[in-house]
Design a protein around this ligand. Structure first.
Ligand code: RIB
Length: 315
């Protein structure tokens, strides 16, 4: 049960670095443009693979150049691509990402082929999910029906597999079943506000802790809320007292895009490869890895390889 399987999105990220965002009807000059490999699922997969995980990606691309490039990138990174389906008559997913001078990102995605992931596509990976998977990761850039179907199936066929659901992008009316089927539900602060019906503005550790409590009441097993520079808070059904994992301050983040994905990929790596660490320590190390990514531009190209990181993270 040593594999990390990601069921999710893969996209081409089109980055626009800019001092400010335009007003309605306004055209402004940006500072720089670049293209990277992205999609929350692909990012989480590559983040885990870069640390040394044995990863498998289940998802869809279109029959176009972007799709071909994404497949080649996965292969170059060492990801198992046997369960990536090329779909006809649909474009590979894309994201338009504006990054402002403070490193903040503003993302619009067009799911394209990611939106066509069906039960029949994920069923092809049944034997891997049954016999070899230690952690499976989901996000919400692929159809929710497929996610719910596979979460149910894995609960039946592989009870030892840890199911992590990253509730991003956030849905305002998510069925509670998905929250309950996930072993770990992980969101950032703005997503947590949506899942708690926007009754709390999360602007402090106290308000984040209130959101944790509300999410546990909705049936989550373990909830992690990532808080950018403040680190993360988490709590579980059977350990309801919230815990705060603090981060050393990063003075000038360059680009925060994909930091949350790097966190989740790292968490999956630690769950499989460092099972004896407690959850606090796994989250702390994953936060440390996510922090590295905000000091570089891009999504996957900002993700560190294991050899670039201090050995103490892997003790
Ligand atoms: O989390 C960052 C990712 O969100 C980007 O790579 C983009 O593709 C969107 O999916």
């Amino acid at each position: 049960m040593s594999k990390v399987v990601v069921v999710g999105s893969c996209s081409t990220d089109l980055f626009f670095y800019t001092s400010k965002l335009p007003n309605p009807g306004q055209t402004i000059h940006g500072k720089q443009f670049s293209i990277d490999f992205g999609g929350k699922g692909a990012n989480q997969c590559v983040a885990a693979q870069n640390l040394g995980a044995d990863t498998v990606f289940i998802g869809c691309v279109g029959e176009d150049l972007f799709g071909e490039d994404i497949l080649n990138n996965f292969k170059k990174c060492g990801v198992d691509t046997r369960y990536i389906v090329k779909k006809p008559n649909v474009d590979t997913g894309v994201a338009q990402i504006n990054v402002t001078d403070d490193g903040e990102n503003y993302i619009i995605i067009v799911a394209g082929a990611n939106g066509t992931l069906q039960k029949g596509d994920v069923d092809k990976a049944e034997s891997v999910l049954l016999n070899e998977t230690g952690v499976v990761l989901f996000q919400f850039e692929t159809p929710l029906e497929t996610t719910e179907y596979l979460l149910n199936k894995i609960s039946t066929i592989n009870s030892k597999c840890c199911k992590i659901v990253n509730g991003a992008p956030a849905y305002s009316n998510l069925q509670k079943e998905i929250l309950q089927l996930a072993d770990i539900f992980c969101v950032n602060e703005s997503e947590a506000e949506i899942y708690t019906n926007e009754i709390i503005k999360i602007d402090s550790i106290e308000s984040a802790n209130q959101a944790l409590s509300l999410l546990l009441k909705q049936g989550c097993n373990t909830v992690i809320i990532t808080l950018g520079p403040l680190g993360a808070v988490f709590a579980s059904k059977d350990a309801r007292e919230p815990q705060w994992v603090r981060l050393p301050k990063i003075e000038n983040p360059i680009d925060t895009t994909g930091a949350g994905d790097a966190f989740i990929g790292a968490l999956a790596y630690f769950i499989v490869h460092k099972p004896n660490l407690n959850l606090y320590e796994k989250i702390k190390r994953s936060c440390a890895i996510a922090t590295v990514t905000v000091q570089h531009k891009g999504t996957q190209k900002s993700f560190p390889l294991r050899n670039d990181l201090p050995n103490k993270l892997f003790d």
